[in-house]
Each structure stands twice: as C-alpha cells, then as structure tokens.
Design a protein around this ligand. Sequence first.
Ligand SMILES: C[S@@+](CC[C@H](N)C(=O)[O-])C[C@H]1O[C@@H](n2cnc3c(N)ncnc32)[C@H](O)[C@@H]1O
Length: 270
Amino acid sequence: MAEDAALFGGSVADNYREYLEPVIFCPWAELLVDFVGVDEGQTVLDVAAGTGVMSRAAAARSGPGSQVIASDVSAAMLAQVTKGFPSRDVSLQTLECSATALELPDTSVDVVFCQQGLPFIPDRPAAAREMFRVLRGDGKVGIAVWQSTPRLEPFIIYGDALRAHDVPEPFPGAYDSSILGMTTAEVESALDAAGFEDVEVRVERLELEWPSVLHAVHAASGTPYGPIIDALDSGIRESVLADVQRRMTGPSGDVTKHVMTSILARGRRP
Ligand SMILES: C[S@@+](CC[C@H](N)C(=O)[O-])C[C@H]1O[C@@H](n2cnc3c(N)ncnc32)[C@H](O)[C@@H]1O
C-alpha cells in the first residue's frame, strides 16, 4: 500500500472527476435525465453542478441550439465543467453562486436539475424556491438526493477508517454519512413548499461498478475526506488507506458489493 498511499493527493475537484464521476455520479445522472426529460433546444440549469455531470448529461439530450448553465459555489469544481463538454453547438455558461441566490432572471430556464446538492445547502427550502423562481411556467425540476441512512457506502467506509485512527472530525458528524442524505418526505415537502405541482418521488438503487480496488480506495480523494487523509503523516495515511482497502474488499481481495440508494424527485412549475 506504501506506493498507493504516495499516489494519494491532488485537488478534490480533479479526483472527483477522475474517480467519483464515472462510477457514482454519471450513471445516476442518466437516470435523472430519463426521469425528468429534456427536450431539444431547451435551456437547462444545473444547480450545485460540481464538475458538471448533470450539465453534460442534459446537454447530450438538449442538443444543438440549447443552453446549459452550470452553477455552484465552488470555482474549483466549476473549472472542471468545460473540460470535455459534449458539444460546441450547446452553449455553456458557468455561474459561481449559491443555490439560494441564483444569479439568473425570473422565468428564464426550462429545466432545473440538482443532483446530490440539496443536503449541502443549509437553507434547502430557499434553494427550492430559487429553482421555482428561475423556471418558466410549465418548466420542470429534477432532484436527486441519497436516501438518508446511517451507512451510505462507499462514503461511510472512508469516515469509518478515519474514526478508527482517531483522526479528529473537522466538524461534529463529519464522518457520519447520514449528513449526505434526506428522506423522501423532506424532498417532497421542499418541492411542495416552493410551489411545485405534480411532484413525484421515487427511490432507485444502483450497484457500483468499480474498475479496480485502487480506484475504489482513491475515490476517497474526491470527497471532503480527501484533504483530511492527505494532511496526515505518511505512516498514518498509509495505515488509513490500508484500512479503507480492507473495509472495501472481501476475502478474495475484490471490492465488495456497494449498492447506493437515491431519491429521485420531479415537479412542474405551474
Ligand atoms: C456531491 S457534489 C454534487 C455535484 C454534482 N451535482 C454531481 O452530481 O456530481 C455537491 C456540490 O454542491 C456544491 N454546493 C455546496 N453548497 C452549495 C450551495 N450553497 N450552493 C451551490 N452549490 C453548493 C459543492 O460545491 C459541490 O460541488
């Protein structure tokens, strides 16, 4: 593991793009686009866009002449959105702003997506109201949020290994994966309260397909746990990463089965 540990590092945004996107976020983005639907030529807003997974999935559907706006509070994440954007015929705009203060005019977009962003936003009802505000009449919203659970793999495994090594939490509950999720009732009520109609919520499960054990371990570097692990003395870092590997693999040495459960919700602005 020593050589592997030495490879750890780099920016969260780069690592998110390399390790988390293909295995976790891209397959889920396709499901959300299918559930909500995007028509050709539409203007799509991706809220808490991160590295742009939803933006690219939506652009692939909206096609030439359409516009995709990727918004996020993190400039480092947004810097990834333009890399490998699907088509020059789709206009891409990035907006560095909070989901609770979208820098867009009222009724200016056709579809709003927010994949795995809502739990990070302290005022979720305000974010839902902003999504409603910027949508045109008959515009659609699509939300994806991990279903709240005490053990959301793979993220909980990274937290478990840090806790087992007595690495102090950067804030209370940081190693607890329930902070990454919501309940179906919470998602539904955020959309209802914002004024959305025809709100539908469903729960979907996907089994992750890790290309290798190393990929599964290094995926930690694309999460908020990455900089914590990176800052450890090399001996402890090696031990934490070896522990992550142990927790992620079965007796054969292969990665164990990880099934993620997400709430998908859609609604319409009347
Ligand atoms: C788990 S990532 C999801 C990114 C992307 N939607 C995806 O599916 O890969 C969560 C994102 O939420 C962003 N975020 C956190 N708080 C935010 C806020 N208040 N407003 C907008 N974005 C926020 C983070 O910067 C991060 O890029």
